[in-house]
Design a protein around this ligand. Structure first.
Ligand SMILES: C[S@@+](CC[C@H](N)C(=O)[O-])C[C@H]1O[C@@H](n2cnc3c(N)ncnc32)[C@H](O)[C@@H]1O
Length: 446
């Protein structure tokens, strides 16, 4: 734990100051996933909803709020804590029903608690200016996007026809989808159980053949879902669930050797084990700590683990002794398709990450290909919405590998967009799935 985070155990630190501390950590490169739990554990029960909304909302609107703050400051604000205090203040004024006095006074107090008293006058003046012309600034903050400029520019170039819709959707939260473990219960039966427990939801199409998923109408505490601990259900975005369904024609006949390259934290591995009897599945990932979560997931779901080998390995160079019939490559990516769920991505990613990520993907893909039998199939997946990591990556791969042939399939929802090779799923509305790309390649005899 960093010294900065140790401050969170100080009960006299206000919830606002704690949220600012978490944002500082994110701006220093830490990921939100663990920090959100740390924040919520450090505040009182009654303050948890406020802390959650203030952190997640401020992160989702970060760039739009920063533009307002810096336009009023007439300069860029380099002190992370001061910028975070300003942005949580602006978020309370422009998005939450916080009384103006609390939004300004208590936010400015956080500066003092964080030893940033030098900025009290500066922050106070900006927040008061916004409070005096609230409607004007509410309109201003809604305009355009809340993305770093380089990303907005790239998305506009990649998706000119739906750019406005896309950049708007990326400012919102995403719906929760459930993957039902059909070894335990059918979707229809689980839907009935949810109804009996008062959990409002819909069964919706995945856009591929007749397959369906459950979408919740509003967020719930996941651990309180009926039979969650018994492994009847998992949380998984609808588009992430496509992997196993797309592989169904190949894996419904038994006896296949499968490689799950880049498997952690094991969402897709678990789905494969729920659905298919494979001869052997090898699941690798380079991140040992994330591999622990694969074990945890498979154990909760009570899955038969006799035929699976899970291990830490570098996908750019690791080779198995025998070839595989099917390879699932869920490649590391910029994760720009899941910004709605992980709004810290919009703060953390840099333009230079695209090229570095594409190079890593190309290396892993090439190494995976060497391990595929002739006649075998590789499913390439990312949760990115950037063409460089997706369609362009695969077109380039096919050019370099004359034994690689695109295998056609059809997705049929409006936000599942056919590409030269594969499909791009876009997060175009609040209730649709995340941004994912899928391409299927068959290895031909040369
Ligand atoms: C998109 S995530 C995989 C998600 C996973 N398939 C699931 O469904 O839960 C990408 C994974 O790639 C892993 N990774 C990154 N570089 C790698 C490499 N060189 N070799 C193997 N795994 C790598 C990361 O640790 C991360 O767990």
């Amino acid at each position: 734990m960093t010294d900065n985070l140790k401050k969170l155990s100080n009960d006299s630190l206000s919830t606002r100051a704690k949220v600012v501390t978490i944002i500082e950590e994110i701006l220093n490169g830490k990921s939100l996933s663990l920090l959100l739990d740390t924040l919520l554990a450090s505040v009182s029960f009654s303050d948890k909803p406020f802390a959650h909304e203030l952190l997640m909302g401020t992160l989702r609107q970060w760039w739009a709020l920063t533009r307002i703050a810096e336009s009023l400051a007439k300069k860029s604000i380099d002190d992370h804590a001061v910028l975070a205090v300003l942005n949580i203040g602006l978020y309370q004024l422009l998005y939450m029903n916080t009384a103006d006095y609390a939004a300004i006074h208590n936010t400015v107090e956080a500066l003092k608690q964080l030893n940033k008293s030098y900025a009290v006058g500066f922050v106070n003046a900006i927040l008061r200016k916004v409070q005096q012309s609230l409607a004007k600034y509410q309109k201003k903050v809604q305009k355009n996007h809340s993305l770093p400029n380089w990303l907005a520019k790239q998305l506009k170039q990649d998706w000119p026809l739906v750019y406005d819709e896309l950049s708007l959707a990326l400012r919102h939260s995403a719906a929760i989808f459930l993957r039902v473990n059909e070894q335990k219960v059918s979707i229809d039966k689980y839907s009935e159980i949810l109804n009996n427990n008062g959990v409002s939801h819909n069964i919706i199409s995945l856009g591929y053949e007749h397959h369906q998923t459950i979408r919740l109408d509003s967020p719930v505490q996941i651990a309180t879902l009926p039979y969650f601990e018994q492994g009847w259900v998992s949380v998984q975005d609808m588009h992430a669930q496509l992997s196993a369904f797309l592989l169904k024609p190949l894996l419904s006949t038994q006896g296949k050797r499968v490689l799950d390259m880049c498997c952690a934290p094991g969402g897709k591995t678990a789905h494969l084990l729920e659905k298919f009897h494979m001869k052997h599945i090898v699941a690798i990932d380079c991140d040992e700590s994330r591999l622990n979560r694969v074990h945890e997931n498979l154990n909760r779901l009570n899955l038969n683990q006799q035929n699976i080998t899970i291990m830490a390995a570098d996908g750019t160079s690791w080779q198995d002794k025998s070839l595989f019939d099917v390879i699932l490559l869920d490649a590391p990516c910029t994760a720009t398709g899941v910004i709605r769920r992980h709004p810290d991505i919009a703060l953390l990613r840099q333009e230079a990450d695209i090229l570095a990520t594409c190079e890593l993907q190309a290396k892993i893909l090439q190494n995976a290909w060497r391990q595929l039998k002739t006649g075998g199939v590789l499913l390439y997946v990312t949760c990115s919405i950037l063409k460089a990591e997706n369609e362009l990556q695969i077109i380039d791969f096919i050019k370099k590998n004359t034994d690689a042939q695109a295998t056609p399939f059809v997705l049929d929802l409006p936000n599942q967009i056919k590409q030269t090779v594969g499909y791009q799923c876009l997060p175009l509305d609040r209730f649709g799935g995340d941004g994912f790309y899928y391409a299927m390649l068959t290895k031909c005899a040369t």
